[in-house]
Design a protein around this ligand. Structure first.
Ligand SMILES: *Cc1c(COP(=O)(O)O)cnc(C)c1O
Ligand SMILES: [Zn+2]
Length: 387
């Protein structure tokens, strides 16, 4: 049984029923967040029983939005390894470095978590099909989960998105629309089709449930660290769902009493590509929203998001956590990717490699101390990237 209680707008604080189709806040346009009856969950849920008796992302189902388990659409997402990385750590000058390897998810990236949650809940609410704008991997995941649910999907992707993503969408039987432009242009076209056709738009943060799937990374990190938290988490940020989601999970776990209030929360680091760094710019300028980043270009397709819808939530998370935002070049990602593979045998995607490149800079500047516990999220497998 899910403790989902309602949807809430983090900007204007209006609340809405969670049991009907919802996109963004009808009052102010902000993304909506799923809220749970956490006092009740705290009284009834047994953290250790939940983690002993089942595995994978849906072991947290009471804290996910699907009410009837029969509606869960799964390919076995979640439960990715938290790998201690002593050799890579030594190279960087750290003793407690961890990599959470999200490349082990279905479709090869952590997009599987968010899409599994959103598709499952949409099936439960009776949608007839999906549209999505994507830089690449979210489209691949949507195509896979829509196939699994037996529903149609339309995927709008920049024409220069990775071939691997275009192929996986077509293989899974979804309709691929190649768009001249960026994910922002794809977003306009998919929104138009959603309006015309009544299909459900699963754009990042335009519906509340992808975030819920991605928050399960936060639950897994705490579980794997014995209900402790790292000092620093580095996250390669496009739309920012994982960053916001992990922070939400930490808040929920403290409200549930699963993590002591005395446990220090991690400093969250938003890592972007130098060629598309709207959040870094906004953070450095002390703004609470970002501007559209013109001429966005990077080889890390997942980071090519010129104007994330969740910009306020990302910036708020960085400030609340005493975190920071930092950009790295494509060359630095390529170098880091080789270092990760040679030191630890982990074939990281370019986005994941960006976190290690950023970590090197943060150590050099003294922002990260040698004895701190640091976690880098490798958000996908390197095998989908051009080598
Ligand atoms: C989408 C994606 C990201 C960025 O994730 P957001 O939640 O959009 O910030 C990072 N890495 C990979 C591999 C991705 O596919
Ligand atoms: Zn609102």
């Amino acid at each position: 049984m899910s403790y989902l209680s309602h949807l809430n707008c983090p900007e204007c604080d209006k609340s809405f029923s969670a049991d009907e189709w919802r996109t963004v806040c009808p009052n102010c346009g902000s993304p909506l967040l799923a809220r749970y009856d956490l006092p009740q969950a705290r009284a009834c849920l047994d953290r250790d029983a939940m983690t002993v008796c089942s595995t994978g992302m849906w072991r947290w189902r009471e804290l996910l939005p699907v009410r009837d388990v029969a509606h869960i659409v799964t390919l076995g997402e979640g439960n990715t390894p938290l790998l201690h990385a002593p050799r890579l750590g030594e190279l960087l000058g750290l003793t407690h470095l961890y990599v959470k390897d999200e490349g082990r998810n279905p479709t090869g990236t952590f997009k599987a978590r968010g899409i599994a949650a959103a598709v499952s809940r949409a099936v439960e609410l009776g949608v007839l099909g999906f549209v999505i704008p994507t830089a690449g991997n979210a489209g691949g995941a949507l195509a896979a989960y829509a196939a699994r649910a037996g529903l149609p999907a339309h995927v709008f992707m920049p024409a220069d998105a990775p071939q691997s993503n275009q192929r996986e969408v077509e293989m899974a039987g979804a309709q691929l629309h190649r768009v001249n432009g960026l994910i922002s242009d794809a977003g306009r076209e998919s929104a138009r089709l959603a309006t015309e056709s009544g299909l459900f738009d699963v754009s990042t943060l335009k519906e509340p449930y992808r975030l819920e799937g991605k928050k399960t990374m936060g639950y897994e990190i705490a579980l794997d660290l014995g209900w402790q938290l790292p000092d620093v988490i580095l996250y390669p940020t496009g739309g920012g769902t994982g960053l916001i989601g992990i922070w939400k999970a930490i808040d929920e776990m403290q409200q549930l009493g699963w993590i002591a209030r005395s446990v220090q929360r991690p400093r969250m680091v938003c890592v972007q590509a130098a060629g598309c760094a709207p959040m870094v710019k906004a953070f450095e300028e002390g703004r609470d929203r970002c501007e559209f980043f013109t001429g966005a270009q990077t080889i890390a397709a997942g980071l090519r998001v010129p104007k994330p819808l969740g910009d306020r939530l990302i910036l708020r998370t960085l400030r609340e956590s005493n975190g920071t935002a930092i950009a790295v070049s494509d060359d630095e990602m390529i170098t880091a990717r080789a270092q990760i593979a040679a030191a630890e045998g982990i074939q990281a995607c370019l986005e994941g490699a960006a976190t290690v490149a950023a970590l090197r800079k943060l150590i050099a500047s003294g922002w990260v101390k040698p004895d701190e516990c640091v976690l880098c999220l490798n958000t996908g497998t390197g095998f989908k990237d051009p080598l």
